[in-house]
Design a binder for this molecule. Sequence first.
Ligand code: AP5
Length: 215
Amino acid sequence: MINLLIMGKPGAGKGTQAKRLLDYYQLKHISTGNIYRDEIKKHSKIGIEAEKYLSEGNLVPDKMTNDIVKDVLCKKDYPKGFMLDGYPRTDAQACALDSMLEGLGIKLTAVINVEVEDEVLMHRMAGRRVCSNCGETYHVEYHPPRVEGICDYCGHKLIQREDDLEESVMNRLNIYNEKTRPLLEHYQKKGILMVVDGSKPTEEVFKEIVDRLGE
Ligand code: AP5
């Protein structure tokens, strides 16, 4: 069983690497960002509440996020393991996760931190396009779809995420530096932190992670 947590600034490529790692290790994907975007699409109670935060690039309150992750983890429907993506993001979430995992008798195999400089991130997020239907991610320059503006997989229209506009990106970066970055030390102390250079091409980053996980 491999239980991974992927961290990094907004736009570092967490979702991109997560997708490859999930396929490779057959893991369950637990992305709080994707969960919130799905709930917003469904106009559910959670979605209506979360939208207020996501549209401005702010964090959804800890309690709501912890409850969601707890529900997912408690199902234990991940025979080969899971990949947490975008969670935890605050000290309170990291503490909640520690006690959830302890209660379930589960350990994290590794915490992967994808490091990328801010300038590169701004360019990545400005060029990111996502499928309005299946959520597949593209980049106008680095990973374009076969037909401009159309998803390769389901044929729906590609859109720009509301929180990828410059003002929201700056806010997300500030929040990351203030609240999420300090968590790296928590995992460093546990001896499970793996830092990778996320500015390299996608396949190279993926290969480095797999080589270092050594499974
Ligand atoms: P979330 O969805 O987690 O957003 P994020 O952390 O800001 O991360 P992103 O999805 O923006 O980027 P990514 O690192 O996955 O990059 P990607 O692979 O797409 O969260 C969104 C919001 O939800 C939060 O702001 C918050 O409001 C809420 N939320 C979520 N979790 C929460 C929590 N725990 N607590 C409270 N609130 C929460 O790549 C980016 C682009 O670069 C793409 O176009 C891609 O094609 C391209 N790219 C990727 N890798 C490479 C590469 N190596 N070379 C070239 N291009 C690349």
